[in-house]
Design a binder for this molecule. Structure first.
Ligand code: TXA
Ligand code: MG
Length: 308
């Protein structure tokens, strides 16, 4: 059910959960002060309680209430990337954020989303938790109808159209004198490097992930995905690029042209969801693209989506 931003404000203040658009993906929002609504989010998403939520702010000033200290580089990063798809994990004053939100950790994840309607809602209601608006494990929602597919047509959602970025925020944390990537996302490591002066590294998959959410199956449609390193090997139902030819394909889903990682990111979850809407059981994915820049995030999402 589509609701206006004004109605979202009223409902959030009453302690209800609503879905809001951001520039990355849609989120299930609750005020950080309404713990029943926070609990409802975990239930709605079927999310394990040990997977913490990101706190969404409208301004850097709102951080001072929660955060103990700001790591070196924080100010340049926040000035450059906020509002935007960068989430920073910061040490918090424990009494200021419910342990339900940060899953008992001594840190919380923060970001300022770049979406005018949602920023206005946060200004009116105060900080909001906002995990991606999908049932845990399935592809995130990048359109209002995706939210309705997961939570029912009566679920209240502010319709902001298609999310521009299409993949979640990049999550970083600071340890051993450097920022590290805890979750790949809409901001590529190369872009962070030009701001930090060094390229933040991702944790190796063998080590325990810093983001508890990375432990779980993610982004996956019901359809089985076969990842093809060479585009000529794609056959039957193919997820590929509109400027390429796939002689063995019986059905094609496009992620845009192979020259634009941004287009591919924007289309990604819609295409994965489309497979399930059409009852498709298997699809072959053209992974024949450079493993750099935003393409690395797209490849990581597809690899996780292919795990069953
Ligand atoms: O783009 C986004 O970040 C979207 C939009 C709606 O803002 N939100 C989003 O939230 O992707 P969610 O809940 O789907 O993913 C949040 C991730 C999880 O993997 C969680 O484990 C991690 O952030 N996280 C949250 N707080 C953390 C903390 N204190 N330490 C480490 N990881 C944390
Ligand atoms: Mg998520």
């Amino acid at each position: 059910m589509r609701i206006s931003p004004a109605e979202a404000i009223t409902r959030l203040k009453k302690g209800e959960v609503v879905a809001l658009p951001t520039e990355t993906v849609y989120g299930l929002a609750a005020s950080i002060k309404c713990l029943e609504a926070v609990e409802e989010i975990f239930e709605l998403k079927k999310r394990p309680l040990n997977n913490p939520l990101i706190v969404h702010l409208a301004s850097v000033a709102q951080l001072s209430e929660f955060v103990l200290s700001l790591p070196p580089g924080f100010t340049t990063l926040s000035q450059h990337f906020w509002p935007g798809p960068l989430t920073m994990i910061l040490p918090i004053e424990l009494s200021k954020i419910s342990s339900k939100i940060c899953a008992g950790l001594s840190t919380a994840a923060f970001r300022i989303p770049c979406h005018s309607a949602t920023l206005h809602i946060i200004e009116e209601v105060g900080p909001l938790v906002m995990p991606s608006a999908n049932v845990s494990g399935s592809p995130s929602s990048t359109k209002a109808e995706h939210v309705e597919n997961d939570f029912g047509v009566l679920f209240p959602v502010v319709d902001g159209g298609s999310c521009i970025q299409g993949v979640e925020s990049t999550i970083i944390h600071y340890s051993e004198s450097k920022w590290h990537i805890a979750r790949l996302g809409a901001i590529p490591a190369e872009e962070l490097a030009s701001n930090l002066g060094y390229e933040p590294k991702s944790f190796k998959s063998s080590s325990a992930p810093i983001c508890p959410g990375q432990l779980y199956r993610h982004y996956a449609p019901k359809a089985k995905l076969h990842l093809c390193d060479r585009h000529e090997n794609c056959c039957n139902v193919v997820i590929g690029f509109s400027n390429r030819t796939y002689p063995h394909a019986s059905r094609l889903f496009f992620l845009g042209k192979d020259s634009s990682a941004e287009e591919a990111a924007e289309a990604l979850y819609n295409v994965l969801r489309q497979l399930d809407l059409e009852g498709i059981k298997e699809a072959w994915v053209d992974m024949d693209f450079p493993k750099e820049y935003l393409w690395i995030t797209i490849a990581e999402r597809l690899c996780k989506a292919a795990l069953h």
